[in-house]
Design a protein around this ligand. Structure first.
Ligand code: PLP
Length: 365
């Protein structure tokens, strides 16, 4: 009975991996080809220019690494920092927790700033730390823009303002895995030094490309960063960029064609329109949750996420039962509550390839 799969179309409402648009599926349905032929480098060159647009950067250098968000994290950290470096990192949910775990395992000296799950990063504590750090021992600030476990969006513009206010040179490393291509994100304007995302989120591709974008300051930092890195070494990529062949190892050909098609769709709609669509559908989801008489796990409106809503269930209900039942009975995939909020919330993903009709499927429950 546990393997029973309900009839009808699967309604995928987890906050990644998300539904893939038909033109993207079709673009990926192709044979392998020689990535050293002239065709793949020519396509890669244009893709590298085009992915900069989703980060809103003109000065950043992108890397399209065959990996997931977790690998993109590792690439950001190991290319810019050395073991023992002091970093400030905000713990607000499962994904920031996992990133902090990675930071600690890579032997950085992490100042963990913890908030209750459902709240955003505590930027008052950041201000205190920056004010006290006159000798600039803090080398980087690591922050998850959108915490997918709780549906909390952090205010990156304020982080930048604080760094500027205290004249602090720390690098700003941002996980944009469930934000980039869906939420307002401005790499250059906010002085983000490394921004990263994963292909299975708002880009609406299969899992498998971690896109990382480095500012000139982050590239400079690689020269002194002593962390061991091999697969993720940006210098290997840069060497091949210079040669015009672009790839230090085999890329996923199909995913590159998929990325081309995904970017074409985003640019045709207009990135700002894509962001506006997410704002509208995020709000619609929250209104529906309110109408069901349920509460949002996110405690204040300023942190509401337009890509994922974590819905609190009454204490006498186990939210994982709701997820299980939705899947069995309606072929509807909702996100489970993770770690501290397991059993307490279920999550509705509203990012990537979706429109009003798609959202109506779930909000009319
Ligand atoms: N960061 C955030 C905000 C995420 O939501 C996720 C995954 O859901 C990750 C990082 C990890 O990405 P991946 O599972 O692709 O390694």
């Amino acid at each position: 009975m546990d393997n029973f799969y309900a009839p009808g179309k699967n309604h995928l409402f987890v906050p990644g991996p998300v539904n893939i648009p038909e033109p993207v599926i079709r673009a990926m349905n192709r044979n392998n080809e020689d990535y050293r032929s002239p065709a793949i480098p020519a396509m890669t060159k244009i893709l590298l220019e085009d992915v900069k647009k989703i980060f809103k950067t003109t000065t950043g250098t992108p890397f399209m690494i065959p990996t997931t968000g977790t690998g993109a994290w590792e690439s950001a950290l190991t290319n810019t920092l050395s073991p023992g470096d002091r970093i400030v990192s905000f713990l607000i949910g499962q994904f920031s927790l996992l990133w902090i775990d990675q930071q600690q395992r890579l032997k950085f000296n992490v100042d963990v700033v913890e908030s209750e799950w459902g709240q955003g990063a505590n930027l008052d504590v950041l201000a205190e730390k920056l004010a006290a750090d006159r000798t600039h021992t803090i080398k980087a600030i690591c922050i998850v823009h959108n915490e997918t476990a709780t549906g909390v969006t952090n205010n990156l513009a304020t982080v930048r303002k604080l760094l500027d206010h205290y004249g602090h040179p720390a690098l700003l490393l941002v996980d944009g895995v469930s934000s980039i291509c869906a939420l307002d994100f401005r790499m250059d304007e906010w002085g983000v030094d490394v921004a990263l995302t994963g292909s299975q989120k708002a880009l609406s591709l299969p899992t498998g490309i971690g896109i990382v974008c480095a500012s000139p300051k982050a590239l400079e930092a690689t020269k002194t960063a002593k962390s061991v890195r091999v697969f993720f070494d940006w210098n290997d990529y840069l060497k091949f960029y210079k040669l015009g062949t672009f790839w230090p190892y085999t890329p996923s050909i199909q995913l590159l064609y998929g990325l081309r098609a995904a970017l074409d769709l985003i640019f045709e709609e207009g990135l700002d329109n894509v962001i506006e669509r997410h704002r509208r559908l995020g709000k619609a989801t929250r209104l529906a949750v309110e109408a069901w008489g349920l509460k949002n796990c996110t405690q204040k409106e300023e942190w509401f996420s337009d890509t994922v809503t974590a819905v609190l269930v009454p204490p006498y209900i186990d939210s994982s039962e709701i997820v299980k039942r939705a899947w069995k009975r309606y072929n509807l995939s909702l996100g489970l509550g993770l770690n501290k909020v397991a059993g307490k919330v279920f999550r509705i993903g509203h990012l990537g390839n979706l429109n009003e009709q798609t959202i109506a499927l779930i909000t009319k429950q």
